[in-house]
Design a protein around this ligand. Structure first.
Ligand code: ADP
Ligand code: MG
Length: 375
């Protein structure tokens, strides 16, 4: 196999799912470029849109808007038939689950894509054998999936993805549930496949890929550490402060007026969750967790608020706690500058996303427990 990699350019892609009760926008105006022969990793916690992006690059899902170019081809301009051909000729896809046929041997599993295409069995098995050699499984050709370790099964599925010698290999969580030896073997294998000249894109939450990657795409910007001085902002009645699904890094502490917190439903309607008045706050939870906003905040009346970075907002809150526990010191004491913001671990990969997401009502609203900032 002497694959030549292909360039991938994702430009201003938005993906919106309307199938559930609430509309979900895992990708919003998202762009990334991967050069031919590069190993790129899409890194981020569960639910941030890694699999969505991978399947869009692989022509398996369509974007709501934006452009996806793979080599010379613009995927959004392709017919269903052209996409079929593209997927078969250009893309090797390693799914999260190995999906091997239990009754077939390892080499037969690898040969399946060729057999389905009508390649004679002898030729298909010969090609499959050479790919099995490439992933260092030559000694396990005749094993059935239940006689293979998780890591070996995963490598068989990599071999199957490589059988048509595609210039682009996409792998979704290829090290999930592997022990460290299996994970190391997989990471080394994917690195070497990229070194052959193939373009390899891996969706993962496994930071062990970072040292070998040519490009690490952080799918979730680290909003919890973004700065920006507190500023006074005003909103007219009916003006939206932030939209559900957008990514924002500001927390709004109200000085006057009232804010409605709403859920945007999949059918386009809105559902009022609550209303927040001064001195409450909106927008505190999602940026800290690295999630898109779980609800929309809109000014019900004229609103005046102070917009804080997450870091400053947390200092404000800890200052409030200190003040509350002090008998004779009524002024707000600033939190120590070196104090790190609370770090919230990403949700476990195995948890269903809906469980991992903060509930909308708990997300963007704050009880009026934050005092106005010090003058
Ligand atoms: P990741 O791979 O980073 O865990 P996904 O791309 O699988 O993230 O999902 C991103 C978000 O989109 C999640 O909130 C998920 O629930 C939602 N989602 C994914 N696929 C669908 C779908 N087919 N219909 C509705 N929502 C979806
Ligand atoms: Mg995923």
């Amino acid at each position: 196999m002497t694959a030549t990699g292909t360039a991938v350019a994702v430009d201003a892609v938005t993906v919106r799912y309307d199938s559930g009760a609430a509309a979900v926008t895992p990708l919003e105006d998202f762009s990334v470029q991967v050069r031919p022969g590069e190993l790129a990793i899409l890194l981020g916690p569960s639910g941030c849109g890694k699999s969505t992006l991978l399947s869009i690059i692989g022509g398996m899902r369509s974007a709501t808007s934006g452009s996806i170019r793979v080599g010379d081809a613009e995927l959004t301009a392709m017919t269903a038939l052209q996409l079929d051909v593209f997927r078969h000729d250009q893309v090797g896809y390693v799914f999260r689950r190995s999906n091997l046929v239990p009754s077939l041997s390892a080499v037969e599993n690898v040969a399946v894509p060729l057999l389905v295409k009508g390649v004679p069995r002898r030729d298909a098995l010969a090609s499959a054998t050479s790919v099995m050699e490439r992933v260092e499984l030559l000694s396990l050709l005749d094993r059935r999936p239940d006689e293979l370790s998780s890591g070996q099964k995963r490598r068989v599925s990599v071999a199957r993805a490589l059988i048509a010698d595609p210039p682009l290999l996409l792998a979704d969580e290829p090290t999930a549930r592997l022990d460290h030896i299996g994970a190391q073997t997989m990471i080394t294998l994917l690195q070497s496949l990229a070194s052959d000249g193939r373009t390899v894109i891996v969706a993962t939450h496994d930071p062990r890929f970072v040292p070998v990657a040519d490009q690490t795409v952080h799918m979730v910007p680290d909003l919890s550490s973004s700065m920006g001085a507190p500023t006074t902002v005003t909103f007219d009645p009916g003006e939206t402060i932030f939209w559900q699904g957008s990514r924002g890094d500001r927390v709004y502490v109200l000085e006057s007026g009232e804010v409605e917190v709403l859920n945007q439903l999949a059918d386009g309607s809105e559902e009022l969750i609550t209303a927040v008045g001064a001195p409450g706050h909106v927008g505190a939870v999602s940026p800290r967790l690295g999630f898109p906003r779980a609800s929309t905040a809109r000014a019900r009346t004229a609103v005046r608020a102070i917009s804080y970075s997450v870091v400053d907002f947390e200092k404000l809150q800890s200052a409030q706690v200190e003040t509350a526990s002090s008998d004779d010191e009524p002024t707000i004491v600033a939190a120590p500058a070196e104090e790190a913001p609370a770090v919230v671990p990403p949700p476990s990969e195995e948890l269903p996303t809906l469980v991992a997401e903060p509930s909308a009502a708990a997300d963007e609203t704050g009880s009026p427990d934050v005092p106005p900032p010090p003058p």
